[in-house]
Design a protein around this ligand. Structure first.
Ligand SMILES: *[C@@H]1O[C@H](CO)[C@@H](O)[C@H](O)[C@H]1NC(C)=O
Ligand SMILES: *[C@@H]1O[C@H](CO)[C@@H](O)[C@H](O)[C@H]1NC(C)=O
Ligand SMILES: *[C@@H]1O[C@H](CO)[C@@H](O)[C@H](O)[C@H]1NC(C)=O
Ligand SMILES: *[C@@H]1O[C@H](CO)[C@@H](O)[C@H](O)[C@H]1NC(C)=O
Ligand SMILES: *[C@@H]1O[C@H](CO)[C@@H](O)[C@H](O)[C@H]1NC(C)=O
Length: 625
């Protein structure tokens, strides 16, 4: 009896203490939690949001142990680590980064104190998100911000988002990763059909974002001889450039995946045209289609803007790995709303969409598709096993996305690395400038007269492997060193060995991340597109080629019972790998009124560590446990 009373007393005391502590938002100073420097291109606020509109308010809680993610990743991917290759299971990843109970409690208490009744606040099944339906009026008060309806100049979708900043009490802020819907506009990776249709009329018009293949048009004559590699790149040229000859031993254990975002789609007939000329034994072979969120190659539009990327990626990845190795095609999004990188990551990692969120109906493509004719199934959440090497030739301008959004996604790439997946992204086609050559002004806003460099995402994420492009010099032999080719229009003005002496603020000198990490040829690819051949260039080409080469390295390791190479960056920057790459020392990545950075001996921000020398790269990776 006495015991019970004491316990009750103790409980009561604790209760009082808890209440005596400053817990309401009014007791803790509010700080800016997230801010946005500028609106993404094309979006304008058209009116204030109605105060009584309901918002699906979602608070993403900070993940535990995220501060150690780099250490964990290095442990399994640095050649000097005793745990090299001891990749984690998906379950261990999910468990390690699950938000703490303290974060749940602090954020829930803050919402309740802010007048959101406890009944209205729900914890997601996995404990990573707190959800509540709140009105615009409530959200504006809680976050000290204003909501607007935004419209896009080129398509008629509306988007609700808040002004340039939102605020949280300081002691809550450290438990919150981000809140939606607030600042974020994650544009669809490919825009709507109406836009693409007009783009497709002009075969030379670049597609969306800093990475998309460009074409110099149809060609009548194709060559399949090494003497012509300075005019046309075909699989034999790449094999010669990178000494890449390999027959798989462990194809059934190995895997390589190419990601495409609908309405980009390959044409089966284009594969066969290409195989007829360059890899006869593969005529009739197709990639293994893994459809994500209604992803389909059955798209009712044709043209370079629709088929160029997928045809290029698959023709080169498939012919280089050869017929024994199946290539997986991750086709993401239906042809109405499409998809973005988060939709893809959701499908790979159930812990991303349920534990840590990452999928938001307001900025990643919502599934079931709300528009007529779209995919009516649910957003795919987990269930898709990532291939050992995954190549993506799409990207965003970094300035369009918020830091939290990128950090969250970047951490997810680190998790894929922990699981032994090599994640490759093309570095971008505009040199140091963003999409269409846009640069930034002194405030970080995109501006046609801006002189600060505009990086692309996820190139800026240190946990992906960013692949740049090189070219065989006009008139040169295939055995000559290549030079950097980041922007075809400026090839003739390339300067070599030009020291960057730009004004402060032109680029971030902190040196925490520069890309690309490595490179491969990206110019004059012969690609079968829409029934004929075109010459294609851009970093779009470099990534699938590098993926094919790295996949062969995985095959050799798997064949002798080793683990796949996973996140390769810690390895390729070590001295042991120095000779595994052809050092590219000629060329720059011009943009923003500058020549960019000149390629130099050793690593440089144009070509990374260089282009692969397959036998030496293979040898270096086979020396690792
Ligand atoms: C918010 O409202 C929607 C639609 O009425 C409902 O499906 C959802 O469960 C609600 N969410 C919460 C957290 O109450
Ligand atoms: C490749 O895919 C085909 C068709 O799905 C299948 O029959 C074959 O077994 C696969 N090969 C390997 C090595 O996995
Ligand atoms: C490409 O294939 C077509 C059709 O078989 C053939 O006519 C042409 O000569 C081939 N070109 C080369 C360079 O192999
Ligand atoms: C460097 O690239 C330029 C432009 O493509 C080319 O003219 C020149 O020959 C190259 N120099 C070397 C040493 O490869
Ligand atoms: C430069 O990069 C560092 C590290 O990512 C970051 O903390 C800093 O804010 C950046 N500086 C500017 C001006 O963006």
């Amino acid at each position: 009896m006495l015991l019970t009373t004491r316990v009750l007393l103790a409980l009561a005391l604790e209760f009082t203490l808890a209440f005596a502590l400053p817990s309401g938002s009014e007791h803790s100073p509010r700080i800016v939690h997230e801010s946005r420097r500028s609106l993404p291109e094309g979006w304008t606020p058209v009116r204030r949001a109605e105060p009584l509109t309901t918002l699906p308010f979602r608070v993403a809680l900070v993940q535990s142990n995220l501060e150690s993610i780099e250490d964990y990743l290095l442990e399994v991917s640095h050649p000097d680590s005793p745990s090299y290759g001891n990749h984690w299971s998906a379950a261990k990843v999910a468990e390690t980064f699950r938000p703490s109970a303290e974060s749940v409690d602090v954020v829930r208490a803050w919402l309740v104190d802010s007048g959101i009744d406890a009944q209205r606040v729900k914890l997601s099944a996995s404990g990573g998100w707190l959800h509540a339906n709140v009105t615009v009026e409530e959200a504006e008060r809680i976050l000290d911000t204003k909501y607007y309806i935004y419209e896009h100049s080129e398509h008629d979708l509306e988007h609700i988002a808040c002004d340039n900043t939102y605020h949280l009490p300081e002691r809550v802020s450290k438990h919150v990763e981000l809140i939606t819907p607030t600042l974020h506009f994650d544009l669809k990776v490919k825009r709507g059909p109406a836009m693409k249709r007009s783009a497709a009329k002009n075969v030379g018009q670049p597609g969306f974002g800093p990475v998309s293949p460009k074409t110099t048009g149809k060609i009548q004559t194709i060559f399949n001889e090494l003497e012509h590699c300075n005019e046309q790149i075909t699989p034999i040229c790449l094999r010669a450039l990178y000494n890449f000859v390999y027959t798989p031993f462990a194809a059934s254990k190995n895997s390589i995946g190419i990601v495409e975002y609908t309405p980009q789609a390959y044409l089966p007939s284009d594969l066969d045209i290409f195989f007829t000329n360059f890899s006869k034994s593969q005529i009739g072979q197709r990639p293994t289609l893994v459809s994500i969120d209604g992803g389909t190659i059955d798209v009712p539009y044709e043209g370079f803007g629709y088929n160029g990327e997928s045809d290029l990626d698959l023709q080169y990845a498939m012919s280089l790995v050869g017929k024994e190795q199946n290539v997986t095609l991750y086709q993401a999004g239906d042809d109405v709303v499409g998809a973005s990188f988060n939709n893809f990551l959701d499908a790979l990692d159930g812990s991303y969409c349920t534990f840590e969120g990452g999928n938001d109906p307001n900025w990643d493509a919502p599934y079931p598709d709300p528009y007529n004719g779209g995919y009516e199934g649910p957003n795919q959440c987990g269930g898709i096993t990532p291939a050992h090497v995954i190549s993506t030739s799409y990207s965003y301008n970094e300035y369009e996305l918020t830091p939290f959004y990128m950090q969250r996604q970047c951490a997810e790439y680190a998790k894929l690395g922990l699981m032994g997946v090599t994640v490759l992204y093309s570095s971008g086609d505009y040199g140091v400038a963003g999409y269409s050559g846009v640069c930034l002004d002194a405030d970080g806003n995109p501006s046609s007269s801006g002189s600060s460099f505009a990086p692309s995402f996820p190139g800026t994420c240190p946990y992906i492997t960013s692949v740049g492009a090189t070219q065989v010099n006009p008139g040169a032999k295939v055995t000559d060193p290549e030079s950097a080719c980041e922007q075809k229009s400026a090839v003739d003005t390339y300067l070599s060995n030009y020291p960057p002496s730009y004004p402060t603020g032109t680029y971030n000198t902190s040196g925490s991340r520069a890309y690309p990490d490595l490179s491969a040829n990206g110019a004059n690819y012969v690609v079968a597109i829409d029934g004929g051949y075109e010459l294609v260039y851009g970093t779009s080409a470099s990534s699938p080629v590098t993926a094919a080469i790295l996949s062969a390295v995985n095959d050799a390791r798997l064949a002798i019972g080793r683990k796949p190479i996973g996140f390769i960056n810690p390895a390729i920057y070590t001295a042991a790998f120095k000779h595994a790459f052809n050092d590219i020392t000629n060329g720059t990545n011009p943009g923003c009124g500058t020549v960019g950075f000149p390629a130099q001996p050793g690593w440089d921000p144009v070509t990374g560590v260089g282009t692969p020398n397959f036998p030496l790269l293979l040898a270096a990776f086979l020396l690792l446990p």
